[in-house]
Design a protein around this ligand. Sequence first.
Ligand SMILES: [Fe+2]
Ligand SMILES: [Fe+2]
Length: 290
Amino acid sequence: MPRQVITPRKIADHVQRLGELYPPIDPSTVDRTIRRPELVKRRFGHVIDYLARVELEVDRNVLELLVLLPDVDDTNRTFFADVWQPQELQHGVVLDQLQQDLGRAPAEPHLDVSAKIKVLGALAHLKPIQDVARLLYYLTGASTERQAVLAYNQINRGLREMGETAISETIITPIKQQEPGHFAFYQMSATSMIQNNVLRPWQIFLARLLRERSYGLVGTNAMDKYKADMGGVVVDLGLDNDLEGYAREVGRVESRLLWAHQQGLQFPPYILKALRESVEKFYQRQLQTA
Ligand SMILES: [Fe+2]
Ligand SMILES: [Fe+2]
């Protein structure tokens, strides 16, 4: 496959296009008709809860970014302040409304910036460390946005099967349309850093080390209760039938950019490990509360 060169212009154009194409979802456009709320609640209630919380945590993500990347350029700032944050926030707002329509409690987003991020933030004033943090931020973004795309695909398939066309078409479909553009931003930004050799070998080494030590599935925030919740999401969406296939999807970008020297590696092992851990924690909790 010919190597596609990602220029800063290309990324800036992409960000501008995303902003123009997808204004944040207006809750008044949502059709809240639910044919069989009990059934939707049983099948997807937990998943919708989880996603509503994670989407609403975007405000903490923005704070983390400002801590980690104090010197970001205009393209990055426009993306996360003017495009990404407003879009994700509305995903959270409409999903939170949906879960309350289903009779579930409102989401409780976790909005504290962790001590770990603050430490890394203090170090990020050193340019070489900030560049490592930036690559990790893009890889995290690519991995989490991919997880979002896969989750919304599964939910939409299920809702259509159930004949819940109103919420499928006016909530999940518009959200689902916006996620691939976020993924593309992170994927292009990470690729461009590697293509342009922004990082020296020791920085790449450090990035691998930190990634291995700190990888987390979307929304788990390094906390056991969220890991167990995420295990429940994986199980409810039926993704546990093929965890390796899921790890491959979620880890494709970092396999290519960070681990290309390890030939034949289909996905970084820490991704599968995180998935297994989450599913185990979910079942353990089920047993304890049974
Ligand atoms: Fe989202
Ligand atoms: Fe997103």
